[in-house]
Design a protein around this ligand. Structure first.
Ligand SMILES: [Zn+2]
Length: 164
């Protein structure tokens, strides 16, 4: 299930209310919502197809990499492939990599199958052990900023405005 805020693929989503709109987000992003609305874990059965389709389209758009504006570093969507490729190019088995990062072999297997989302700490360990990057620039959550009339104003413009 894909978090509507950060695009992370997580096993469980929380439904929260942000600025009047309902979003299904991961645990991390749920913190941005108001606590009293963070009360309902969205079950698979209530996961609407419409949202699913919308998120799939967004995922595709993120992959096209033409959205560098407002971008931030996120876990690459193809991290399982990156890990497996880097590991085999090192000539390591899953158990070798597991030892390097101090985790169980099953953790490596899950990561490579995309069954587990590594947290920041695990990402760092994997990146260091394999000498690769698991992050990529992706567009941040769509915000109205894009159409803000202030966009393009320089500091000089602001100063002028203040003098008037
Ligand atoms: Zn999220």
């Amino acid at each position: 299930m894909i978090c509507e805020m950060c695009g992370a693929d997580v096993p469980k989503l929380k439904k929260i209310m942000i600025e009047g709109s309902n979003l299904s987000v991961c645990q991390k992003c749920a913190r941005f919502g108001h606590d009293h609305t963070v009360n309902k874990v969205l079950e698979d059965s209530t996961y609407s197809t419409t949202i699913g389709e919308r998120l799939q389209r967004r995922e595709k758009r993120l992959k096209t990499k033409d959205v560098f504006e407002q971008s931030s570093d996120e876990l690459a969507l193809d991290y399982p492939k990156r890990i497996r490729k880097a590991r085999s190019s090192m000539g390591w088995g899953q158990d070798d990599l597991a030892k390097k990062i101090n985790e169980k072999k099953s953790v490596v297997a899950k990561l490579e199958n995309g069954d587990m989302i590594p947290d920041e700490k695990l990402i760092k360990k994997l990146e260091n052990a394999l000498g690769i990057s698991l992050k990529e620039k992706v567009s941040a959550v769509e915000t109205p900023k894009r159409s803000s009339p202030r966009k393009g104003l320089t500091l000089g413009d602001f100063l002028k405005v203040e003098k008037e």
